[in-house]
Design a protein around this ligand. Structure first.
Ligand SMILES: [Zn+2]
Ligand SMILES: [Zn+2]
Ligand SMILES: [Zn+2]
Length: 355
């Protein structure tokens, strides 16, 4: 799939034009439903290729837009599948590793135990192998007939490094994108849905009000589709009011490209825009549904985290910046992504006043 070819064919269209075209295609019935298809190059293993084509983005990058359209009530989501993804880099390529329960080595393999009837020795088959024959390691007798001389009571696993024998190895994921080990229970479940036009979306199209609903320039950043700084500011005011009235806690964090200007110099504005879009997607993926994340400046974002104290904000910020770095710096990303430096800070904490 070549993105350049796709966008040059429909050059001159703004991203909003493309979103309008996508929703209109649903309204005209040319697309009945957007259904996720397995897609190796997408970070979450699925993509909506038709939506990606119309939006002029690489398959996988359209997902944030579909989520945003759902948030605004234009599309209805119907859950289809769940993909386990790495909690650090938020991509799906995960390899299952099998580990020795004793020493943690990954050099483990299946074998069988052999029970020598004559002397009663029970040990892995490897301990009996000598010059192409099975010879008992305890009594030195050659084993000839299974069922007569010996039996194989069970299949087991053997560690090559420490010779430990166990029934089943310990399992763990290994992220192929960022290289980190991931305990089985730590994977993030990314839910993927099919999307169809909502009744509200349908009315917007027939009333000719779709573009205005999508653009909402007063609230939406046109590059990333996230709320803009004014919208985040309004949410912040609201949250401050809530904090005073109900004694709730919230935090505000900021993050972004600390070398954005330098990247623009080296790779051009368009390349940096792509990096900013990637960062927007990672931020949306990493934060909770109740968090409000928006673009606050040219190379920066802010996120309002309700019900989050300083400790929680630190955790969220660390997770976010680490995910972003891991994703940006993974093998196969372009030079602009790989050169991106992500930084973040806690901007504000509101704690309930002690009485
Ligand atoms: Zn990873
Ligand atoms: Zn071992
Ligand atoms: Zn023996």
């Amino acid at each position: 799939m070549n993105v350049e070819t796709v966008s040059s064919g429909t050059s001159g269209l703004t991203f909003t034009d493309r979103v309008v075209e996508l929703v209109s295609a649903l309204a005209r019935g040319e697309i009945e439903r957007l259904v996720p298809e397995r897609w190796m190059q997408s970070p979450v293993a699925y993509a909506y290729p038709e939506a990606a084509r119309i939006l002029g983005v690489a398959p996988g990058e359209e997902i944030a837009t579909l989520d945003a359209l759902e948030d605004r009530g234009i599309l209805v989501a119907e859950p289809v599948t769940t993909v386990p993804i790495c909690p650090f880099c938020h991509t799906y390529p995960l390899r299952v590793e099998r580990l020795c329960r004793e020493c943690g080595s990954t050099s483990v393999h299946r074998t069988t135990m052999i029970h020598h009837y004559r002397c009663g020795n029970v040990s892995p088959e490897e301990t009996y192998r000598r010059d192409g024959e099975l010879v008992c390691p305890k009594c030195d007798h050659v084993l000839r007939h299974i069922g007569v001389d010996y039996e194989r009571p069970s299949g087991v696993w053997l560690c090559v490094d420490c010779s430990a024998v166990f029934d089943a190895p310990q399992l763990r994921y290994h992220s192929l994108t960022c290289g980190r080990p991931v305990p089985l229970d730590d994977v993030v479940d990314r839910e993927l849905s099919a999307y169809r036009l909502s009744p509200d979306g349908s009315s917007l199209v027939s009333e000719g009000a779709l573009r205005a609903a999508i653009e909402r320039p007063d609230v939406t950043d046109s590059l990333t589709g996230l709320p803009n700084s004014a919208a985040v500011e309004r949410s912040l005011e609201l949250e401050k009011t809530r904090a005073v009235r109900y004694g709730t806690t919230f935090s505000l964090i900021g993050f972004g490209l600390s070398n954005g200007a330098e990247l623009a110099e080296r790779f051009g504005d368009e390349a940096v825009s792509r990096v900013m879009k990637t960062l927007a997607t990672i931020a949306r993926e990493n934060l909770r549904a109740i968090d409000v994340v928006g673009r606050s400046e040219r190379y920066g974002f802010e996120a309002l985290l309700p019900e989050t104290d300083e400790k929680g904000a630190e955790v969220a910020l660390k997770k976010l910046t680490e995910s972003a770095e891991a994703y940006m710096h993974a093998v196969g990303r372009d030079e602009a992504h790989r050169s991106a430096i992500i930084s973040g800070e806690i901007l504000h904490i509101s704690l309930p006043e002690s009485k």
